[in-house]
Ligand binder design. Structure first.
Ligand code: NAD
Ligand code: DAU
Length: 357
């Protein structure tokens, strides 16, 4: 691993991974390409541990000329592919960019990787790592067994369908052309630098502003929560020791309901930033997400057994660290909220949400 191309490195997980990798691998050079959509920001890349080993280039992964040029110019030997449209609600409101970036973008990148690998003198050192999601497996019933790496795909939103398509393409390049790939499917990430449209930052930031805390439907949907630093640790391990062509599930070993998560955040805020009323009094049940998946839960035995990885954060300490980070980084929050019409998008979304009594 010498010249590592990170796609989507100005987003939430990508920027955390860049921070992680600069510390973990003192000799790597990182080339970070990101289109800087509404979800990406250079503010996520401030205060990197070693900026001299990080080069940011703005560009679109669907642009084959651009991607081929970068891969060649920087003699890329490792690609870690985070770039995607990632928000389920936005995929319901407007699926087009999801199809474009998640499917066409992944295809464009695979093609560039295949060309570079073909010309490479060190073919054995080349790697394409793809970041995927637990959502490709669909929705679990309350007592169904957890998702394993061989659970059949059953995506149910435009977002998860586009991610499933990209996973299939990555596997196709391994089986058809022998491109050295690995894939990880992870559960819901949370932690520093997460864009405020996702549940955990949204609840923290709405609570601090005294706004209602929107819980979709009955709030009993179950998610598996993974602290982003644990995720970075797992990706790094898969890059170093993962078997080619294999998929590894990554999860946080906890499966609370959404309403439990919201109440946990409120309790932490009550302690760290007490207000006149308990924050939980702001909870409002609102109309449900169309096609809302009921339950995700990851079986992570494979990565535990084969690579000796386990999450280091419990949900309680990960959530506390996250709330503390947002409280300490209000300047970052204000900057992000002021960019790319986020507030308008949020207001429009709230107009379509009806309170459920
Ligand atoms: P994010 O939305 O915060 O960041 C995505 C980044 O990709 C942004 O910086 C954006 O500007 C960039 N991007 C989008 N379209 C692009 C394009 N066409 N060309 C170049 N860059 C483009 O997403 P995230 O939460 O950091 O997720 C990263 C990856 O992890 C995604 O592939 C997502 O599907 C996957 N994932 C995320 C989670 C989660 O909980 N956040 C869980 C499972 C899997
Ligand atoms: O499971 C992994 C996926 O997690 C990733 O693949 C996606 O990229 C990522 O966005 C995330 O998707 P979710 O839809 O699970 O995340 P979100 O934070 O939007 O929602 C988490 C849960 O909270 C979900 O059940 C919907 C619910 N929710 C969300 C919001 C924004 C609410 O109840 N109220 C809200 O306002």
């Amino acid at each position: 691993m010498k010249n590592v191309l990170i796609t989507g490195g100005a987003g939430f997980i990508g920027s955390n991974f860049i921070r992680y990798l600069l510390k973990a691998e003192p000799d790597v050079q990182i080339i970070n390409i990101d289109a800087l959509t509404y979800a990406g920001s250079l503010a996520n890349l401030e205060h990197l541990p070693d900026n001299t080993r990080h080069t940011f280039i703005q560009g679109d992964i669907c642009d084959s000329v651009f991607v081929e040029r970068i891969v060649e110019q920087y003699q890329v030997d490792t690609i870690v592919h985070f770039a995607a449209e990632s928000h389920v609600d936005r995929s319901i409101a407007g699926p087009t960019p999801f199809i474009q970036t998640n499917i066409v973008g992944t295809f464009t990148l695979l093609q560039a990787a295949y060309n570079a690998w073909g010309k490479s003198e060190n073919k054995n050192d080349f790697r394409f790592h793809h970041i995927s999601t637990d959502e490709v497996f669909g929705s679990l019933l309350p007592d169904s067994p957890t998702f394993t790496e061989i659970t059949p795909y059953d995506p149910r939103s435009p977002y998860s369908a586009s991610k499933a398509a990209s996973d299939h393409l990555v596997r196709a390049y391994y089986h058809t052309y022998g491109l050295p790939v690995t894939i990880t499917n992870c559960s819901n990430n949370y932690g520093p630098y997460q864009f405020p449209e996702k549940l955990i930052p949204l609840i923290i930031l709405n609570a601090l502003q005294g706004k209602h805390l929107p819980v979709y439907g009955d709030g009993k949907q179950v998610r598996d929560w993974l602290y982003v630093e644990d995720h970075c640790d797992a990706i790094h391990l898969v890059l170093k020791k993962g078997k080619l062509g294999e998929t590894y599930n990554i999860g946080g070993e906890n499966q609370p309901t959404n309403i439990e998560i919201v109440n946990m955040i409120c309790a932490i805020l009550d302690e760290l930033k007490p207000a006149s009323l308990p924050y939980a009094s702001l909870i409002q049940y609102v109309s449900d997400r169309p096609g809302h998946d009921r339950r995700y839960a990851m079986n992570i035995e494979k990565i535990k057994q084969e690579l000796n990885w386990s999450p280091k954060h419990t949900l309680a300490n990960g959530l506390r660290e996250t709330v503390e980070w947002y409280l300490l980084n209000i300047d970052w929050v204000n900057l992000i909220m002021s960019q790319n019409n986020y507030q308008n998008w949020l207001n429009k979304k709230y107009q379509n949400q009806e309170e459920i009594k």
